[in-house]
Design a protein around this ligand. Sequence first.
Ligand SMILES: Cc1cc2nc3c(=O)[nH]c(=O)nc-3n(C[C@H](O)[C@H](O)[C@H](O)COP(=O)(O)O)c2cc1C
Length: 185
Amino acid sequence: MDTITALTTRVSSPRLDQPGPSDEQLDLLLRAAIRAPDHGLLRPWRFIVLEGEQRERLGDIMEAQLLEDQPEADSRSRANARNKALRAPTILVAVAEVTENHKIPVWEQVLAVGAAVQNMMVAAYELNLGAMWRTGALANSDLAKRMLGFAPKDQVVAYLYLGTPVGNLKNLPDDSPADFIRTLP
Ligand SMILES: Cc1cc2nc3c(=O)[nH]c(=O)nc-3n(C[C@H](O)[C@H](O)[C@H](O)COP(=O)(O)O)c2cc1C
């Protein structure tokens, strides 16, 4: 698949199975990520790649987050929370480790990491891998940031689930660029 086709037809894959990306494919995804535009060349992106049993560490974080939000959560809810970390063979956590009080504002640094994630999504699609960008409570929680090794100032930008799509890819929406064009007032 060429890149223009990937860019204009990409869809997410919410259901993913083994195998996950190979080491070679992961390397390509990360190379695509670090080519994202980056104002001031601050290189704000950090990536944690979780495969196999390493995903259980993410399950620990998911369970800890649940217990922080709902201290009374029962064992079934706790198991469900943990299992979310096993929804894909590979989960790549993308974090913006931002530089505060810099002439490049934090929001631009976070967007640069968002662009890096999108580069990975398009590259994954072009490689016939499935990908799903998730965030949720774990993206803005100081607890999750600390357990991932980051500071409250930093921003978790994505939990990027990667693997082999299960079933058919969904249909493209019927959007047209014209729907989003505005003229100057
Ligand atoms: C920053 C960001 C965070 C997202 N977080 C979630 C999420 O936590 N759960 C979810 O189901 N979809 C989430 N999505 C949306 C999906 O990744 C996906 O883009 C959406 O379902 C539309 O599907 P498509 O990518 O195939 O068009 C997020 C998207 C972005 C850009």
